[in-house]
Design a protein around this ligand. Structure first.
Ligand SMILES: O=C[C@H](O)COP(=O)(O)O
Length: 261
């Protein structure tokens, strides 16, 4: 089954809403129209910039999509500081990152919590981009495939096959995030392929064939082509390089088969 590549720019805790407007305009107007048939491009601003980005995208009828970096596990209530699925849906968010290693580490998010967040996103019609990935010690002990599979199983617990079909998976080896140490295309394929196999075993070939599995970790315009050429790599979750309009546009064009002109 053909899967349209997804390039999602995770801006993390960067850019105020004015800077966000400038960046989304730069990306949208730099990427030639023809590429949008071949690649889906999304930006994931911090919560404070989502409304501004939504306005630009809807006002200028841009083809770029937008989303968020986290979602609360509850619909509403006394959860100070949290942002709910219904709030994000109202802001036109199509995607939300769930289970990023930075949330697992700095906010001590458990698989149980991440599982609730995945369910919340789906409940409110937002596609979760579920991140899994191993730390360096796990990889050095050759436990990376089992570790990522275990995270996947725990984070999707209780979901029906038709719900899993709505999820995007992102394999992000922690040692490659923000370090400049990109996984080799073979490394990325090994885990992305294993994750898809796991999906097939649990949810069937149709679901496994339709779910997009991204790679994330030091992706740039110079390495995206080799990564996305792998049979089970369907795009990228991009951090640092997504903050540079020209670089992110070039990267998106390369994912669409390039060249960037
Ligand atoms: O969400 C994105 C990933 O954490 C990758 O970040 P990076 O491209 O800066 O390595």
């Amino acid at each position: 089954m053909a899967r349209t590549p997804l390039i999602a720019g995770n801006w993390k805790m960067n850019l105020n809403h004015l800077e966000a407007i400038a960046l989304v305009q730069k990306i949208a107007f730099s990427l030639p129209e023809k590429y949008y048939a071949k690649v889906e491009v999304a930006v994931l601003p911090p919560f404070t910039a989502i409304r501004a980005v939504q306005n630009v995208i809807e006002g200028d009828k841009l083809q770029i999509k937008h989303g968020a970096q986290d979602v609360a596990p509850h619909d509403s209530g006394a959860y100070t500081g949290d942002i709910s699925g219904p709030m994000l849906a109202k802001l036109g968010c199509q995607y939300v990152v769930v289970g990023h290693s930075e949330r697992r580490e700095y906010h001590e998010e458990s698989d149980e919590l991440i599982n609730k967040k995945v369910k919340q996103a789906i409940k409110h019609g937002i596609t979760p981009i579920l991140c899994v990935g191993e730390k360096l010690d796990v990889r050095e002990a050759a436990g990376h495939v089992a570790h990522c599979n275990d995270q996947l199983v725990a984070d999707l617990k209780g979901l029906k096959a038709e719900q899993v079909a709505k999820v995007v998976i992102a394999y992000e080896p922690v040692w490659a995030i923000g370090t400049g140490k990109v996984a080799t295309p073979a490394d990325a394929q090994e885990v992305c392929g294993a994750l898809r196999k796991q999906l097939e075993e649990k949810y069937g070939a149709e679901v496994a064939g339709s779910v997009r599995v991204l790679y994330g970790g030091s992706v740039k315009s110079g390495n995206i082509s080799d990564l996305i050429a792998q049979p089970d790599v369907d795009g990228a979750l991009v951090g640092g390089a997504s903050l540079d309009g020209e670089e992110f546009t070039k990267l998106s064009a390369m994912a669409a088969g390039g060249p960037f002109v």
